[in-house]
Design a protein around this ligand. Structure first.
Ligand SMILES: C[S@@+](CC[C@H](N)C(=O)[O-])C[C@H]1O[C@@H](n2cnc3c(N)ncnc32)[C@H](O)[C@@H]1O
Length: 280
């Protein structure tokens, strides 16, 4: 079964086919990958064949593995994911590193805001790491907020998280959030509209368009967020945003024109300037 699944995945141009075949077989059989390895010489029950076929068919359509498995690990924590939310990326862990270095006193009751909550991976991870902090998360997608709520409960931080449906393109949108905040984080949509169709099929065909589309130059959301930065953030507080490759300088200059003081960017593990920060 493993071999047949791997061969099918390879014909669809997918990498790491042995690894992915193992994950699909584990999901179909209800076993963990470790159990699958340790029981590898047992006969496989025929009953798992239909489940494996249907999971493999989804992957052959280049649906992201995280949607098929229903979960993705971020900062070592399990997050439920569905096609309503962006799949949390390892690069976004740089936002957490930067935030924790700015909020070094973990015992303080920091006030946090996450703009574009998605699965909740940024805000909920920070609430886990900062046990006295309170956080607000905003997203335009009600379906994404549902997933984030489930994650807040399963991670044990629901009592300190307020999740709000709203659109930052509406005038006066920031008034509903009850700021100011010590730290505002955001991983907004930052792909230029014309580039979306050129992304990997997993992203272009399956991830939510409104989580990707940053307008004609990809920078639309940064301009909106920066424009209200001084109202949303306490003096001395920070704005931290994830940036696409090559966008850091332009974002820092947007922050500067909005009266915020840019800080040196944080790089991700690939050496790309991934997080742009500014101080009020
Ligand atoms: C790139 S995703 C980031 C999700 C999550 N924070 C993460 O890092 O994985 C951007 C999020 O912004 C939300 N969003 C897009 N446009 C919005 C708007 N105008 N107002 C509020 N949220 C918006 C999307 O629904 C999406 O969940």
């Amino acid at each position: 079964m493993l071999r047949d699944t791997a061969v099918a995945l390879a014909t669809a141009g997918i990498d790491n086919v042995r690894f992915e075949a193992r994950l699909l077989l584990a999901k179909a059989s209800g076993l963990s990958v470790e159990e699958l390895v340790s029981r590898g010489s047992d006969p496989a029950p025929e009953s798992i064949v239909p489940a494996l076929r249907s999971l493999t068919a989804r992957r052959l359509k280049r649906e992201p593995m995280a949607y098929i498995l229903g979960e993705r690990e971020f900062w070592g924590l399990p997050f439920k994911v569905t096609p309503a939310v962006l799949v949390p990326r390892p690069d976004s862990e740089t936002v957490i590193e930067a935030a924790l270095s700015l909020l070094a006193d973990r015992t303080r009751a920091w006030r946090l805001l996450d703009l574009g909550l998605g699965s909740g991976c940024l805000l909920l991870t920070l609430l886990k790491e900062l046990p006295q902090a309170q956080g607000i998360g905003l997203d335009i997608s009600g379906a994404a907020l549902e997933i984030a709520r489930t994650n807040a409960v399963s991670l044990g931080v629901a009592g300190r998280a307020t999740l709000i449906e709203g659109d930052w393109r509406r005038p006066g949108w920031e008034g509903q959030l009850g700021g100011p905040f010590d730290l505002v984080v955001s991983n907004p949509p930052y792909i230029a509209t014309d580039e979306i169709s050129r992304l990997m099929p997993e992203v272009a065909r399956h991830e939510p368009r409104q989580a990707l589309d940053g307008g004609p130059d990809g920078l639309g959301a940064y301009r909106i967020i920066a424009a209200v930065g001084r109202r949303l953030i306490v003096p001395g507080g920070h704005l931290l945003v994830e940036a696409g490759e090559g966008q850091a300088i332009e974002i820092a200059s947007i922050f500067l024109s909005s009266g915020l003081i840019p800080l040196p960017p944080w790089k991700d593990l690939g050496g790309i300037e991934r997080v742009v920060a500014a101080r009020h």
